[in-house]
Design a protein around this ligand. Sequence first.
Ligand SMILES: [Zn+2]
Length: 206
Amino acid sequence: MSALLIIDVQNDFMKGGSLEVSDANEILQPINSLRDKLKFDLVVLSQDYHPSNHISFASNHTGEKLFSTITLENGTEQVMWPDHCVQESHGCEFHKDLKILSSDEIVRKGMEVNVDSYSAFMGNDKKTKTRMETLLKEKNIKSVYVCGVAADYCVFFTAMDSKNAGFDTYFMKDLTKAVNPKELESIYQQLSDIHVKVINSCDISL
Ligand SMILES: [Zn+2]
């Protein structure tokens, strides 16, 4: 059984969004086409879903610069992001051109004020779990295919956690875009090191 995980294809990460990932709109149609071409047993959309006083927003930390990194009280590093994907806002909605079916599952993350969550499996504290792992195991999923944004943050950490949770995991490099494209080679290497398969979507056969 196979699952497609579409990570954070939300307005704030797309063209014109508050945390726009360059060229992110280019992956919309290819993701839709992949769904048309291949029959995944399950499609899960992750949704970054923050309260307005979220710890990841620079605006909630006096004097911290956008995109700087601070160390939180619990010892985790936290990038100071622009306000993004605030609950109930237009920015947190999925992009209108993304194909969504009523059978799709939505997994929200980053809802706790003091915990950011790049991975769709768990928070950056490595303790606060989303319902992703339980959902995939309930549906008897063995293979997980990951795409969306951003390649070097949420897609990367989701792929790592998927593999660590025991799923055969595929990172589709043609269906993701990075905040820092220069990091991609390092990202691919770290994924390969734990045996996540870094592939192009045209190479998939279910
Ligand atoms: Zn976020």
